[in-house]
Write a protein of this length. Structure first.
Length: 364
């Protein structure tokens, strides 16, 4: 396994922090960034909240009405609509600062990124710590944003480490103290070990990382399948060989909407999905593109998401094909679905230009 030094940069309560920077008077008040639905009023959910609001139990995914109830005694609370254009601008400024410190820079989202700094620091964790502090200082100086940084030999550990001392933290996990660091964690702190996995382990009286390590890889494969079992076996030991990679821009077209009401009813969701397919198809025609991949996106009532996608055999323009595949994906996504669906989206990717064709409509 190649030796690496990887940094994970995670901006603290990013959207709410951006709002505090734009309006400094908010810093001492509960700040709640909301994703209001199209239904009007206080319908919608919380995107993020600052630490003052979190002290009252306000967190991502909570309904706006519930958040307001929790903060009813804080009359100075600020409930603000998400301003993604502003957040993207703040993110771009920050990422442009960060990427110059990396051998390889991997953008993950508006508020996080991975950096491979192995060559730059000559595999020296002390030098990596100095670079991390430089990043934090320069980002704060030029944007006023704070971020937390995790440093370790791999992406898995660095992501855990960046959340270890939030906000404004810096945590280093060297190869020599990986085992010691892992023992301070709960199973749920490891990405990919969710509630269902923990419940299955608990049924076998496995509730800690130390206890999980007592299971050999064959027992874990038997419990979770080859892919997940192997992942869990490695993850609880802090092992991860996924490299930091430059992510190519995702070329896609999509349409998304908030449903009139939260639902898991297939007929209701199918009707909305097919309407989105028709709107998306008009965009495809306008852009003079063909597509080879279809995907759907479901946002549940707690703001968690579920996606499904399928690669087609050949590029196409067909609206019928778009609808057919979208229906199939919706049926798959709704299997064993209990949480209500709030927002629904459809997308096409693997786009290609139509060459030598002046009239796109002749393709169907």
């Amino acid at each position: 396994m190649k030796q690496r030094i990887v940094l994970h940069i995670d901006f603290d309560y990013f959207y709410a922090q951006c709002e505090e920077i734009r309006t400094p008077d908010l810093k001492t008040k509960p700040v709640v960034v909301c994703m209001f639905s199209d239904r009007g009023g206080d319908s919608g959910a919380i995107a993020t909240a600052n630490y003052t609001a979190r002290e009252f139990g306000v967190k991502s995914g909570l309904s706006i009405l519930s958040a307001k109830q929790k903060l009813k005694n804080r009359t100075d609370s600020a409930f603000l609509p998400a301003d993604f254009e502003y957040y993207s601008d703040m993110s771009e400024k920050s990422m442009n600062i960060i990427k110059k410190f990396a051998d390889v820079f991997e953008y993950v989202g508006r508020d996080e990124a991975y950096l491979d700094v192995t060559e730059k620091v000559e595999l020296d964790f002390t030098k990596a710590s100095h670079i991390a502090q430089q990043i934090k200082n320069e980002v704060r100086e030029k944007t006023k944003l704070t971020c937390s940084v995790g440093i370790s030999p791999n992406k898995l550990l660095s992501k855990i480490a960046s959340g270890y001392k939030k906000p404004d933290g810096l945590t280093t996990v060297t190869p020599d103290n990986v085992s010691e660091f892992m023992e301070t964690l709960n199973l749920g702190d490891i990405h990919g070990i969710g509630k269902k996995t923990q419940q299955k382990l608990a049924a076998e009286n496995i509730e800690t990382i130390s206890q999980a390590k007592s299971l050999d890889i064959f027992e874990l494969i038997n419990m979770f399948g080859r892919k997940s079992g192997t992942y869990i076996y490695n993850a609880i030991r802090g092992i991860d060989d996924e490299p930091v990679t430059i992510r190519a821009p995702m070329l896609q077209l999509s349409k998304i909407s908030t449903l009139r009401e939260d639902s898991v009813d297939y007929v209701f969701l199918e009707k909305s999905l097919l309407e989105l397919c028709e709107k998306l198809h008009l965009s495809i025609l306008k852009e003079n593109r063909m597509f080879r991949s279809v995907g759907i996106h479901l946002t549940q009532d707690d703001l968690s998401t579920k996606t499904r996608s399928r690669m087609l055999r050949n590029p196409t323009l067909s609206l019928d094909e778009l609808k057919k595949v979208s229906r199939q994906l919706l049926k798959e996504a709704l299997e064993d679905q209990s949480a209500l669906i709030r927002r629904l989206g459809v997308k096409v990717s693997e786009l290609s230009d139509i060459e030598g064709q002046s009239d796109i409509t002749s393709y169907f």
